[in-house]
Every structure is written in structure tokens, then in C-alpha cells.
Design a protein around this ligand. Structure first.
Ligand code: ADP
Length: 293
């Protein structure tokens, strides 16, 4: 690992906000025998819970009520899509759920910890230990290789990388990028960069992965491959996932689709027993059409 990996925590914090770019296809096998942590058990208490969550942005002249009082629970192993028109509050909700921002009222409980009760430092640690973030623009650090980018959350957490080398290689293999480990982001396609971001999100075995428009910057074929990867992470590793998307085809990969409108949850659809993807997509589109009218 190079000396570039000695990254200070302020630089590291920008990881949760920075940027990157562009495309390709996926061809990999998730392997259950690789050391990615235990397969989590089905049905358990909520891993993420929002109670009466409100968010107001005070703009001086007027106040934007971005979230009006959201009650929302995600159970371990769930794969949930958040949908809704632009401005309906999806990103705001995702940020509050992941502790990136604070609610105006209400509270979020993440992996049993009420975030409101934590100091800023404790909240940062809770986020670091429990949440893997995936962003639309990948947010890879451009001067680091794929492997170094994947290692970042472990470095930030002060882990001894030598002990985690096998784990880092395992997540890179999981996302089909073992042969690109030494490539920097500008040597990777957009789809490959997003796979690096997914490996980075998974490397800490987070309680939950939160993804904000993970396919929004990718062509449809590459986006499909990325959603397929997230689907497999849920099915084969038991990874709990919440994805914000405006794309019905992406939402169809989830088990449950929660619709927001004007800061409220207005529909909550479960796909129990519906295997047919085109049927799932149709259901999402029909619901969106009803919301738009
Ligand atoms: P979505 O992700 O569904 O497009 P957002 O959560 O980004 O919606 O935004 C919800 C509402 O809150 C919108 O009206 C948006 O303009 C407003 N909003 C979001 N972030 C801010 C902010 N930092 N300051 C002021 N208003 C904001």
C-alpha cells in the first residue's frame, strides 16, 4: 500500500461528499465462501428506524418543509427503493437516515442507536461503523487506485490494513475488479468506478448500505448491472440496502418501493411473490403515474 494512504481524517471526511465519473458491463459471480462477513439472518428488528422525521430548511424569506413527518422502518436484509418526483424529499431522507444531516424534529435509530442522543463525534463513528454510502458520481478519490479507494473506510477507522488485505481483495473480487485493483478512477469506466464504490461501501460489513441514485450517471445496461450487483449483495450476503432512484427499472430490483411526495410517504409497495421484472416495473410506473396526476 502506498504512502498516499496516510490520509488525514479531514481528507477522509470528504470521501462522504466528493466526486468521480462514467460506464461498462458486469460479469462476476458472488462467492459465498469469500470472507465478507456472515450471511445475516432473515427477519429481525428494524436496523433503521425513522420516527416522525421532519426537515425544514430555513431560507430566511421562507421555510422549505422538505420532510413533513416520516415514519419509516427498514429491517435487516431488506432491499428498499425510495422513489418520488424531484423535490419530494428522497435525498433529504437518505441523508438523515445515514446521519449525514440532522432532522428538525423526530429521530433516527440506526442499528439500535438513537442518533439524536449522540455527540457529533459519536454520530460520525456510528455512521462510519454502520453505513456504507454509494453516490451517483461515485465519489472516488482520483489520486488513489481502486484498491486504495476501497481501503479508505478502514484507514479512516484506524484499522491495520495488513489484517484486512484479504478482505479488501475479496470485495474487489466480489465486484469483479480484481484485475483493476491498481487502476486509478480515470483509468476505469463509469460502471467500474461505481463497482469500486460498492466494494468500498461493503468492505466494512456495514449494517446498511445507502445509495443515492447509484445508476443516475450510467447508461441503462451498466445501470442494470449495478442494480444486479446490489441485488446479489442483498440475496447472497444478506446486505440491507436502501436506494434512492427515479428509475422504475432500478426500483424493480428492490423488494419494497416506498414513494414520497411533498415530504410525505404516500405509497409503500412490497413485491412479495412477484418475480417477473417487467411486472415490477409496470407496478412502479403505474404508481408514479398516479402520483403525477
Ligand atoms: P429529491 O431528492 O426528492 O429530489 P430533496 O430531498 O433533494 O428532494 O429536496 C426536498 C426539498 O428540499 C426540495 O424542495 C429542495 O429544494 C429542498 N432542499 C433540499 N436541500 C436543501 C437545502 N440544502 N437548502 C434548502 N432547501 C433544500
Amino acid at each position: 500500500m502506498s504512502s498516499k494512504m496516510a490520509i488525514d481524517s479531514s481528507h477522509a471526511e470528504t470521501l462522504e461528499k466528493t466526486s468521480g465519473e462514467q460506464q461498462v458491463q458486469l460479469d462476476f459471480q458472488l462467492k459465498r465462501d469469500i470472507p465478507l462477513g456472515q450471511v445475516k439472518e432473515q427477519e429481525s428488528p428494524g436496523i433503521l428506524k425513522a420516527n416522525s422525521l421532519k426537515k425544514k430548511y430555513d431560507l430566511g424569506e421562507h421555510v422549505v418543509n422538505a420532510l413533513m413527518g416520516i415514519d419509516f422502518e427498514v429491517k435487516e436484509g431488506d432491499f428498499v427503493a425510495l422513489m418520488g418526483p424531484s423535490g419530494s424529499g428522497k435525498s433529504t431522507l437518505l441523508h438523515l437516515l445515514g446521519g449525514l444531516d440532522k432532522p428538525s424534529e423526530g429521530d433516527v435509530t440506526l442499528a439500535g442507536q438513537p442518533l439524536a442522543a449522540l455527540s457529533d463525534k459519536q454520530a460520525t463513528l456510528a455512521r462510519r461503523h454502520n453505513v456504507g454510502f454509494i453516490f451517483q458520481f461515485f465519489n472516488l478519490l482520483p489520486t488513489l487506485t481502486a484498491k486504495e479507494n476501497v481501503s479508505l473506510p478502514l484507514i479512516i477507522d484506524g484499522k491495520n490494513l495488513r489484517k484486512y488485505n484479504q478482505k479488501i481483495d475479496a470485495v474487489l473480487e466480489l465486484v469483479g475488479l480484481s484485475d483493476r485493483a491498481d487502476h486509478k478512477p480515470d483509468q476505469l469506466s463509469g460502471g467500474e468506478q461505481q463497482r469500486v464504490a460498492i466494494a468500498r461501501a461493503l468492505v466494512t460489513d456495514p449494517a446498511i448500505v445507502l445509495a443515492d441514485e447509484p445508476t443516475g450517471n450510467l447508461d441503462s445496461k451498466t445501470g442494470k448491472a449495478i442494480m444486479d450487483l446490489l441485488r446479489r449483495s442483498c440475496d447472497e450476503l444478506g446486505q440491507t440496502i436502501v436506494v434512492v432512484t427515479h428509475d422504475a427499472r432500478a426500483a424493480a430490483y428492490a423488494d419494497r418501493v416506498v414513494f414520497l411526495s411533498d415530504g410525505n410517504i404516500v405509497h409503500d409497495i412490497s413485491y412479495d411473490g412477484v418475480e417477473d421484472m417487467s411486472q415490477r416495473v409496470r407496478t412502479v410506473i403505474e404508481t408514479m403515474e398516479v402520483l403525477d396526476t
